[in-house]
Design a protein around this ligand. Structure first.
Ligand code: PGA
Length: 244
């Protein structure tokens, strides 16, 4: 894992956008997985501006969703899908044929998991993932205790995720279960970009970079990935400095 600590979150977002552009230029038909959440939003804005100046063309890319709250879709304000559509896919005019999300309203979520696993397998793994990290060290909804061999699965969300997740919604929401790509998808992805910002992420960042590799901190497995670039701001990285 390659770690870069930037003075500001803006610098991290610019660097992440540059790396995404470089990757898509090399492989214009990349399969891409962008996390939702707050952290990637600034990177998305930068990508939209670059796309307006024709510096990047996503029209041949395929997008696969990382995770979703069970029972929600793109009509639920604050859901992962709604966030990605509003902040990226609609402004970029991405064809819906090129976007694959879990249908969390399916009566058979196991089949949904298999469907997404197959779409990824047909591509021969994901080319590029942009990930945030949870305060509890989760990746997507791969919560503490997850198997490092997992593919797509349904998960009982941790208390931390249920509490922190309220920030995405206007009123309070009952959050209990999620569906997510697995750790295997993340490990098999050809290029990983991880963004973390703010003091609340400092412990998870520490475990990601220096921690023992354990499924109690899912982020720690990123240490084993051959092509993982983390962009951190000073606040998120503050425990790394103390460790040096
Ligand atoms: P955030 O979420 O970007 O909203 O902080 C990250 C995550 O929980 O993975």
């Amino acid at each position: 894992m390659n770690v870069k600590v930037n003075d500001s979150f803006e610098e991290s977002s610019l660097a992440a956008a540059d790396l995404i552009i470089e990757t898509v230029k090399e492989k214009p038909d990349s399969m891409i997985c962008f996390a939702a959440g707050s952290t990637p939003i600034r990177t998305f804005e930068i990508l939209i501006n670059k796309s307006k100046s024709s510096l990047i063309d996503f029209s041949n890319c395929t997008f696969v969703g990382l995770d979703e709250w069970i029972g929600m879709d793109k009509n639920d304000k604050g859901s992962c899908q709604e966030t990605l559509y509003t902040s990226l896919f609609v402004p970029l005019n991405i064809s819906s044929q090129n976007i694959h999300f879990f249908n969390t309203k399916s009566s058979n979520l196991r089949v949904e998991c298999k469907k997404i696993d197959q779409i990824i397998a047909n591509n021969g793994n994901i080319d590029l993932m942009l990930l945030g990290i949870g305060q509890n060290g989760h990746l997507g909804f791969n919560e503490p205790g997850v198997s490092f061999d997992s593919f797509s699965h349904v998960v009982n969300l941790s208390e931390v995720t249920k509490t922190v997740g309220q920030k995405y919604f206007e009123g309070s929401r009952e959050l209990s279960m999620g569906i997510t790509l697995g750790i295997r998808h993340i490990l098999d992805a050809k290029c990983l970009i991880v963004l973390a910002s703010g003091i609340k992420k400092n412990k998870a960042v520490y475990e990601m970079v220096h921690g023992k590799i354990t499924n109690e901190w899912p982020v720690s497995i990123l240490q084993t990935h051959k092509n993982c670039q983390a962009f951190l701001d000073k606040e998120a990285a503050c425990l790394l400095n103390e460790a040096q």
